[in-house]
Design a protein around this ligand. Structure first.
Ligand code: BJW
Ligand code: ZN
Length: 245
């Protein structure tokens, strides 16, 4: 495959690499993506459940959505794409995974430097005192959970529409993207901002962009190389060929 050779050629010349991922990287672990077929939950669009307004209106409905996501993520295993990305840690002087995903599968695959732009299913925050805690209990003992310190209503520590991304994570991501020699954009539709802007930033500051997606994304015009394939096939092939290069 010509595009694969070109991607390997560019990676072989790169030292600072950012792997920017979205829900598609976890699709082959059995986790549903947000948009497109099967992307609905009980008839709700993600835009309808992933908002502070939805949570204020009906915290139990929103918590049911996240409790289900926690169960599925807990049962899921990292797939060959996550494992190939983790292996890339050893192939480059600097490798940063900037993910929009909240499932924790990059970390479970062994990636060491992961920036979670949209938070994590495994953290819970009190809406009253803002105390944040790590929680991997599946299923949760009670829904919605309450804060042990102040009895306030707790929420998933994820980023909903209209909310700001965590400042430090965002700043670190901007730094990594503006210094990158190459950015691999894997399994994202590229329609959610400001995350999608990181690909523009990387391209504008001189990084080669390589997209891995069975369908061209909204960011495809920025890509020097497009690998129209599933991440679980393309990424292990990339790593294999890179080792031999
Ligand atoms: C495969 C595959 C395989 C399948 N292999 N690939 C500028 C312009 C327009 C709007 C805005 C703008 N700036 C801000 C906005 C508003 C809004 C926004 O972006 N709206 C657009 C949707 C129109 N953004 C925000 O509100 C953000 N906050 C913000 O801007 O704050 C500033 C502010 C403050 C106050 C007031 C106003 C602004 C926050 C965005 C938060 C997004 N949160 C979610 C939920 C997180 C928690 C959770 O997981 O539940 O994040 S929404 C959801 O979308 C989730 C994802 O991370 C995100 C991106 O989705 P992703 O990962 O790309 O998934 P899909 O399903 O879209 O695509 C999957 C892809 O995989 C497809 O391309 C497939 O082809 C591919 N695929 N199988 C490889 N095997
Ligand atoms: Zn509290």
């Amino acid at each position: 495959m010509e595009a694969l050779h070109e991607a390997v050629r560019l990676l072989a010349q790169s030292q600072r690499v950012v792997v920017f991922t979205g829900a598609g990287v976890s699709a082959e672990s059995g986790l549903a993506t947000f948009r497109g077929a099967g992307g609905l939950w009980e008839g709700h669009r993600v835009e309808d459940v992933a908002t502070p307004e939805a949570f204020a209106r009906d915290p139990e409905l929103v918590w049911r959505f996240y409790a289900m996501r926690r169960e599925r993520a807990w049962q899921a295993q990292p797939n060959p794409a996550h494992l190939a990305i983790a292996e890339m840690d050893r192939l480059f002087a600097q490798l940063v995974v900037v993910t929009q995903n909240v499932d924790g599968l990059h970390q479970r695959a062994g990636s060491r430097h992961v920036l979670e732009l949209h938070g994590s299913l495994w953290r819970i925050r009190c809406t009253r005192c803002q105390r944040e805690r790590h929680d991997e209990q599946v299923p949760l003992a009670s829904l919605p959970p309450r804060c042990g310190a102040c009895s306030g209503l707790e929420r998933p520590a994820v980023v909903w529409f209209g909310e700001s991304l965590p400042t430090k994570v965002w700043e670190e991501a901007e730094r990594a993207c503006s210094n990158a020699d190459l950015m691999l954009v894997v399994g994202t539709s590229g329609v959610v901002w400001p995350a999608a802007g990181l690909v523009e930033l990387a391209a504008a500051t001189g990084a080669w962009v390589v997209e891995v997606n069975p369908e061209p994304s909204a960011l495809a015009h920025l890509a020097r190389v497009q690998l129209q394939a599933k991440a679980g096939q393309a990424l292990p092939a990339l790593v294999r060929q890179l080792r031999e290069a």
